[in-house]
Design a protein around this ligand. Structure first.
Ligand code: WTA
Length: 657
């Protein structure tokens, strides 16, 4: 493995991989010339281009106009009515895909021979039936079009059923990742003003039950908005059901009809909210609507994963993140292929679980995160080597920059040097993939997400909006609207404008730093704001800081990210305790537990350091840059001239050595 940081290896990266000939020959886009030509056309006539793409989807009523753009507000397919659930299900039945497996699900528990105990194959016909029934059940408990429904579930088929049922009746869903805590549920429920929570008794993770219902109980204690809790039975253990509030999924489904025609919804009807971290303390409810998101996810899934009717496609992301929304559920089902869902941990019962799933179900397309690849790399190639991975045709990554070493390992040991790799760049806000190789067309360079997809006008700009020359770093921006873009931050227009559209007026600011090389390839360098990526999951420094400060013993906190071999970034917290409280290892433990309990285990800091004062500028702003340097290198060499009290850094540095 090469030495040095990923940024260094990126700049020395010379390797190129052309798409395998046989793959290219059968691909949707077969050559780089083809890509170039279509890309030009897509930007020359975006309306014509997207109208053509949308013709593959079903609309109850056709649009009057493809795009109405009053920056920063876009409306796509204006005047059309459609339904995403219809496109994922009914349209597939019309196309003769009824007997095809829609969801192939594997639960975590295994028997004595190591075989999975719970496997379900749900056909499109069966999924349609289950979604219709549950949609009727939701109606029967009073859920109406426009009501926001919170979903807090393990990776079981009911999660997808719940989303599709909401979409079917026009009730926007807000999925909260099952690893988050009660506080996270409460914040999201309150912000979305959601009265119904759908959950399960629990889910399996590393051989233990994650008690989801108990967490919802805790949330419901804290939020009077929660009036109804629907509980799916997964683990079967005893749980408390509160009469008048809690209902079993199977009970409300009793007697519900299988007939539930999909509601024709306005193109801009809210499909879902998904909360994500930004640079201030409060999570933002990223708002996505119906037609644009639908068309964009279907199209990008088809091209980037080169989907074909017999594909068994597996994206390992939890549905609680945008990757799961777009590329486990919506984008994939619209293509009528099989989407695999796995409930549990990658190392249960052993480190070859993923590879055994690929072998068992003959997975053809596999999409995962760099942090997972690095973890597998550390365990060694003997785990994938003992499994038959010959069904694989394509690999993908998402969530953070992939270091070329990890890319090469993925290529060698999982793709066995045969499979193209698509390194896909996108965000919760973008709804779908914006920058990625097309696997039959784009030569890849390990560590680069390569080139923008059709209709995507990506550029590297400086603060003044000037486009940067080749290989100069700058801000990654998108200069034109695209169908999958967010339509706002729920209930906060000012923040929407400020966060994404004011840094460089008129263009979408991604918050990522990047450069573009002489071949027009994008190399993403990471966030330029106060967002940390731990195992590919977004966490805001300000959010975690306020959790620390909420602890009775903490006076002040500063949180920064620093590089970590496996998780990409890890969290370092610099803490000032209240007067009279002495630092100790037990307080460290207490604070660490406090954060994990309040936010979720992914926010647990790797390093906690106590200090009598945080380094601040004269105007009182915490100099996180210095703390980041300290956490990364153990010393501070950067400019400290604006520091109010240099002693704070000196003391931290001494303590380090
Ligand atoms: C980062 C995940 C480099 C980036 C879909 C972005 C990436 C943030 C890549 C969004 C990639 C995502 N290469 N960086 N291929 N994909 N990112 O909202 O910093 O969880 O801004 O969406 O992840 O994270 P989010």
């Amino acid at each position: 493995m090469a030495e040095g940081s990923s940024i260094e290896s990126i700049s020395h990266e010379q390797r190129r991989f052309v798409p395998p000939k046989d793959f290219a020959a059968a691909a949707h886009i077969r050559s780089i010339e083809d890509y170039e030509e279509q890309y030009k056309r897509s930007l020359a006539d975006p309306d014509g281009f997207w109208a053509e793409v949308a013709a593959d989807s079903h609309f109850f009523r056709k649009w009057d106009r493809v795009l109405q753009w009053d920056p920063p507000f876009a409306k796509w397919f204006v005047g059309a009515t459609t339904n995403v659930s219809f496109n994922c299900l009914d349209l597939q039945l019309q196309r003769g895909r009824g007997d095809q497996t829609a969801i192939l699900w594997e639960g975590e528990p295994v028997d004595a021979q190591g075989r999975p105990r719970d496997v379900q194959r749900i056909t499109y016909r069966e999924l349609h039936r289950r979604v219709c029934r549950f949609a009727n059940a939701l109606k029967s408990i009073g859920v109406r079009k426009g009501d926001r429904v919170t979903i807090y579930m393990p990776m079981i088929p009911e999660l997808a059923v719940a989303m599709l049922a909401c979409a079917r009746i026009g009730a926007p869903h807000s999925v909260v990742f099952g690893g988050f805590s009660a506080t996270a549920i409460v914040d999201r429920v309150n912000d979305a003003e959601s009265h119904v929570v759908i959950t399960a008794d629990g889910g399996w993770r590393r051989g233990a039950i994650v008690p989801l219902k108990a967490t919802v109980d805790e949330a419901a204690q804290a939020s009077p908005l929660i009036r109804t809790v629907v509980v799916a039975r997964r683990c079967g253990q005893e749980i408390a059901m509160q009469p008048g509030r809690d209902v079993w999924w199977h009970d409300i489904e009793q007697g519900a009809s299988d007939d539930c025609p999909a509601e024709p919804l306005d193109a801009e009807h809210m499909l879902f909210l998904l909360y994500t971290s930004g640079s201030t303390g409060k999570p933002k409810g990223i708002l996505h609507t119906t037609a644009g998101y639908m068309v964009f996810t279907a199209y990008t899934a088809r091209l980037v994963f080169d989907l074909k009717p017999d594909d068994v496609y597996w994206c390992t992301a939890d549905i609680g993140w945008i990757t799961g929304h777009s590329y486990v559920v919506y984008g994939i089902l619209q293509n009528g292929v099989t989407t695999l869902m796995y409930e549990g941990a990658p190392n249960f019962p052993e480190w070859d679980r993923f590879w055994s799933i690929i072998e068992r179900h003959r997975v053809t397309k596999f999409y995962t995160a760099p942090t997972a690849i690095r973890a597998f790399m550390k365990q060694g190639p003997q785990w994938p080597n003992r499994r038959d991975l010959s069904s694989l045709k394509l690999l993908g990554t998402v969530g953070e920059p992939i270091n070329p070493e990890a890319w090469m390992w993925y290529h060698a040991h999982i793709g066995t040097q045969r499979c193209p790799i698509v390194d896909t760049w996108w965000q919760t806000e973008t709804g779908g993939i914006l920058i990625s190789p097309l696997p039959g067309a784009t030569p890849t360079k390990p560590g680069s997400a390569t080139r923008p997809l059709f209709g995507v006008d990506a550029a590297i700009l400086d603060k003044s909006g000037q486009e940067q020359p080749a290989n100069s770093g700058g801000y990654l921006c998108i200069r034109r609207p695209w169908p999958g873009m967010l339509r706002g931050i729920y209930g906060d227009e000012a923040r929407f404008r400020r966060q994404y559209w004011s840094e460089i007026p008129g263009v979408y600011f991604t918050g990522d730093g990047a450069r573009r090389d002489a071949d027009g390839y994008f190399w993403i360098m990471g966030r330029v704001d106060d967002v940390i990526k731990v195992s590919g999951h977004r966490l805001g420094t300000a959010e975690i800081e306020s959790v620390f400060v909420a602890h009775p013993k903490v006076a002040e906190a500063a949180v920064v990210g620093f590089p970590d071999e496996i998780t990409g970034e890890a969290i370092a917290a610099f803490i000032t305790l209240k007067t009279g409280i002495a630092p100790s290892p037990s307080i460290k433990d207490e604070l660490s537990r406090h954060v994990a309990h309040t936010v979720g285990a992914i926010a647990r800091p790797k390093v906690i350091r106590f200090t009598d004062a945080l380094p601040k500028t004269r105007s009182g702003k915490i100099m996180r840059r210095l703390l980041r340097e300290l956490a990364t290198k153990g010393t501070v060499e950067g400019d400290t001239t604006t520091l109010e009290d240099f002693g704070s850094i000196a003391r931290l540095r001494e303590e380090e050595s």
